[in-house]
Ligand binder design. Structure first.
Ligand SMILES: Nc1ncnc2c1ncn2[C@@H]1O[C@H](COP(=O)(O)OP(=O)(O)OP(=O)(O)O)[C@@H](O)[C@H]1O
Length: 258
């Protein structure tokens, strides 16, 4: 294992329930997310994408294997240590923006630092809002911002602690096509400036903004694409879905066109 990489999963499994009703959401997943990379996670519904993200981000505990996040092995960390690690080293963005409606954009962005007992400087807030293109909207309430602008505030809030890695679960899922593309271009620029992003998405175009796409099926990594185009991603997804439909089970990775 290379402790310098921001996220490493070693034989990670996650099951829910026990006995005949148990579900294996992740099945022996090993992968490394390199520093400064943009990784998209794709796969059919129920393939384990969100579970992968949650385990990798320390929001959920695997039932087997190890996760090393920002150089720290999460195995055996108590809840307090895990909470602090998440707060200080990791950013999260979800499909729903989860902004507090009574706070301005700037106040929403400041929240993580305030929760950590720090008073953010005006310059810090201005810089991060400028980085997401919202310098002029700092004093607006979320209700006075468009969906794309609200998601930018959520991204600024995730970045205010200068995390080593940003985890995003369907960050463009609630946005229209053009707004999505603008947001993805912004995320890609941030990666080009050194941020590491892991993003779950259903959208082949969104995935094409990433450096690599990891495909999951039945909780397993079945293939990868480097420097993906939207068309390649869409074709791979279609093939995965068709193989599952006709065989009723997941093809072996060796035969899945990795
Ligand atoms: N809390 C839970 N309890 C029981 N089963 C769960 C739980 N969370 C997820 N699962 C199951 O684990 C599997 C993987 O779920 P997960 O949400 O990770 O898939 P996904 O690929 O993100 O799906 P989607 O694209 O539909 O969001 C599914 O079969 C799901 O039903």
């Amino acid at each position: 294992m290379n402790a310098n990489e921001p996220v490493q999963l070693l034989s990670v499994s996650r099951s829910y329930g026990t006995g005949p009703n148990s579900v294996t959401a992740l099945d022996d997943v090993t992968l490394t997310i390199p520093q400064g990379s943009f990784t998209a996670v794709m796969g059919p519904s129920g393939s384990g994408k969100s579970t992968l993200l949650q385990c990798a981000a320390g929001l959920d505990r695997p039932t087997g294997g190890r996760v090393v996040l920002a150089g720290t092995d999460l195995t055996g960390l108590n809840e307090t240590a895990l909470t602090l690690l998440r707060r200080d080293r990791v950013g999260f963005v979800f499909q729903s923006f989860n902004l507090l409606p009574s706070l301005t954009a700037e106040q929403n962005v400041a929240l993580p630092l305030r929760l950590a007992g720090r008073r953010p400087s005006g310059a810090e807030l201005r810089d991060v809002l400028a980085a997401v293109g919202l310098a002029e909207r700092a004093r607006h309430l979320p209700g006075a911002l468009s969906g794309g602008q609200q998601q930018r505030v959520a991204i600024a809030r995730a970045l205010i602690t200068r995390p080593q890695v940003l985890f995003a679960d369907e960050p463009t899922g609630a946005l229209d096509t053009n707004t999505s593309r603008e947001l993805l271009a912004m995320l890609r620029d941030m990666v080009d400036d050194g941020l590491t992003i892991v993003m779950v998405t259903h959208d082949p175009v969104a995935a094409s903004y990433a450096h690599q796409v990891i495909f999951l099926q039945d909780g397993r990594v079945t293939s990868r694409l480097e420097a993906p185009t939207a068309e390649e991603v869409a074709n791979r997804m279609t093939r995965m879905t068709r193989m599952t439909d006709t065989a009723g089970r997941t093809p072996h990775p060796e035969t899945a066109g990795c």
